[in-house]
Design a protein around this ligand. Structure first.
Ligand code: GDP
Ligand code: MG
Length: 591
């Protein structure tokens, strides 16, 4: 295909507005998938994505679209919508010339609609606005149109109205991609390909997704990763359509994969530029800014001797998830890794992927933000509450700028929630006659708890929210430690604002009392600020064997109980003399 017949585009939207479903329809319309292989959200290939119904990884698929004026080669990149995965979106966007901005006509513009739109605009992508779910009785096409016209300054006729469920309007989307998205351009003779994603395949080695900006890559080429300054031979090049399909070559403007079969997974990282050794490019393409982890937690194998396996798994996962940060850590929990994530959902997904894809059993310690602690002679970075020094000049916490969108009836509710969470209002505007956008500065620590759940419940699910890192601000913070059976359990410690320390310490201890199972002895649980105990509860010793309760009962019930105990056990960690379950370490998030 020639450059003029290639279109590279992504689909961006707020979560659940129908990106993956539209991707399915585009594949259907171009007959990319055989009837027997069809399924919903076909591009959500990971088990976790299918079970949770969310997209975590961006996917790149090539389809052929024949029209009267020629055959077009469309490269579609489906992206995740959740704020924790914005980094995936920004990388996908850099590989495209256009974006389908999908908005659910029954919901209107939401916080991640804006966040993703701004990313696409920063990269000068052509935006094609699409109203989806027009089949729904609740769809309010005029209201959603008004919002999009206001936001984008487009002609209402340029907004395509579709149902990704029924397929209505999908042919118009295909034509708009061809007619409105600019074809890629190339300027250099020498080969340059931007690596925008990578993963480790146990059979094939490192597989990298590449947007060829200039030149050509063929199987057997000797190539070089320009930043890493590593050379290797290409074992295969190809594209997903949607199954991996080997091709003779990848050319300028195209999106596809290259397999280098590397053992050294450090050699070809996301953001690097591949060029040919025979005729190397002079300058690498601009890479990506490093993602900044915001949430930190210790990950520990429940079996002590799995430490090296965990290290290996983290390195492999990091290849597929460049935002993941980790370094070894040693605590009362044993040997593990302090890991940095882009949010709590990201943390949950990483833990789950490590357990499933690498067959590990892990415990995560209580999550923490990243703090700057100003000492006499240095600024110390603290990502683990137990590392907070006793004396310091001041402590700074991360603050985010949050965008909250909801119907105007709920403005008061949203404001009071933000106020309780130490928020400072920055702005308020109407995005249509009925819906309002609020802007707040909020301490990150206040939103990585149950902020999102609280927002949803106070606005009956109508408000959405997104945020961007803003900076560090001085705050009056203290450490609350948890003492279980006389031992400080550092993995349960939290850093909180002084005004909330007493309340949170008390709530945490009450919660832990419910979550820590009875042991053969009494387990006192205390919360302390410095030397001062601020709350105390006791988990009583158990008296009877659980099995004794089913004495004489039927055997399946006994077995079920045993299995339940076993499943529960996997998620426990022995700390000192007490077994503490995973939920206890996450209790501080839901007080
Ligand atoms: P994504 O998070 O943006 O990828 O959204 P999905 O494609 O996973 O869709 C979220 C939900 O909306 C799924 O249950 C879809 O079946 C549903 N959905 C998507 N498009 C439509 C549509 O046009 N009409 C209706 N009624 N439901 C839709
Ligand atoms: Mg999706």
């Amino acid at each position: 295909s020639t450059l003029e017949n290639i279109r590279n585009f992504c689909i961006i939207a707020h979560i659940d507005h129908g990106k993956s479903t539209l991707a399915d329809r585009l594949l259907d319309a171009t007959h990319a998938v055989a009837e027997r292989d069809r399924m919903d959200q076909i591009l959500d290939t990971m088990d976790i994505e299918r079970e949770r119904g969310i997209t975590i990884k961006a996917q790149a698929v090539r389809v052929l679209y024949p029209r009267e004026d020629g055959e077009y080669n469309l490269n579609l990149i489906d992206t995740p919508g959740h704020v924790d995965f914005a980094y995936e979106v920004s990388r996908a966007i850099a590989a495209c010339e256009g974006a389908l901005l999908v908005v659910d006509a029954s919901q209107g513009i939401q916080a991640q609609t804006l966040a993703n739109l701004y990313l696409a605009m920063e990269h000068d992508l052509e935006i094609i606005p699409i109203l989806n779910k027009i089949d729904l009785p609740m769809a309010d096409v005029p209201a959603a149109t008004e919002e999009l016209v206001e936001l984008l300054g487009v002609d209402p006729d340029d907004i395509i109205k579709i149902s990704a469920k029924t397929g209505q309007g999908v042919p118009e989307v295909l034509d708009a991609i061809v007619d409105r998205v600019p074809h890629p351009e190339t300027t250099e003779e020498e080969t340059r390909g931007l690596v925008f994603d990578s993963y480790y395949d146990p059979y094939r080695g490192v597989v990298s997704l590449v947007r060829l900006v200039d030149g050509e890559l063929k199987k057997g080429d000797e190539v070089k990763a320009m930043r890493a300054d590593e050379r290797f031979e290409l074992l295969e090049v190809g594209c997903y359509s949607p199954k991996p399909t080997a091709l003779p070559s990848l050319r300028a403007g195209e999106v596809g994969y290259v397999i280098a079969g590397l053992k050294d997974i450090e050699a070809l990282r996301v953001g690097d530029t591949v060029t040919r050794v025979a005729q190397p490019a002079e300058k690498a393409l601009p890479g990506y800014a490093q993602a900044l982890p915001t949430v930190f937690s210790g990950l520990y194998p429940t079996e002590g001797d799995d430490f090296e396996r965990l290290r290996d798994a983290l390195s492999k996962l990091q290849l597929n998830d460049a935002s993941l940060f980790f370094e070894p850590e040693n605590s009362k929990m044993g040997f593990g890794f302090r890991c940095g994530f882009l949010g709590l959902l990201h943390m949950e997904i990483v833990q789950e992927r490590l357990e499933r894809e690498f067959d590990l059993d892990l415990i995560a310690s209580s999550p923490s933000a990243r703090y700057e602690v100003v000492m006499e002679d240095e600024v110390r970075i603290v990502t683990n509450p137990s590392d907070l020094p006793e004396a310091y000049l001041e402590i700074r916490e991360p603050v985010v700028r949050a965008t909250l969108i909801g119907p105007k009836e709920y403005v008061g509710q949203v404001m009071s929630l933000c106020h309780e969470r130490r928020g400072v209002q920055v702005g308020m505007e109407y995005i249509s006659s009925r819906r309002v956008q609020l802007t707040y500065d909020l301490p990150l620590a206040e939103i990585i708890t149950d902020f999102f759940d609280a927002l949803k419940s106070r606005t009956k699910g109508y408000a959405s929210f997104d945020y961007d890192f803003k900076g560090y601000e001085v705050s009056d913070l203290v450490k609350v430690e948890v003492i279980v059976s006389g031992d400080i359990v550092d993995a349960l410690s939290i850093i909180v604002h002084r005004d909330k320390a007493y309340y949170r310490g008390r709530a945490l201890v009450e919660k832990l009392k419910e979550l820590i199972p009875r042991q053969q002895f009494e387990v006192p649980i205390q919360a302390a600020m410095g030397k001062r105990v601020i709350a105390r509860e006791t988990v009583r010793a158990y008296r009877k064997d659980v099995i004794a309760k089913c004495y004489g009962g039927d055997i399946t019930r006994k077995r079920k109980l045993l299995e339940k105990q076993k499943a529960g056990k996997r998620r426990m960690k022995q700390v000192g003399s007490v077994e503490i379950p995973q939920e206890a370490f996450l209790a501080a998030l839901k007080l």
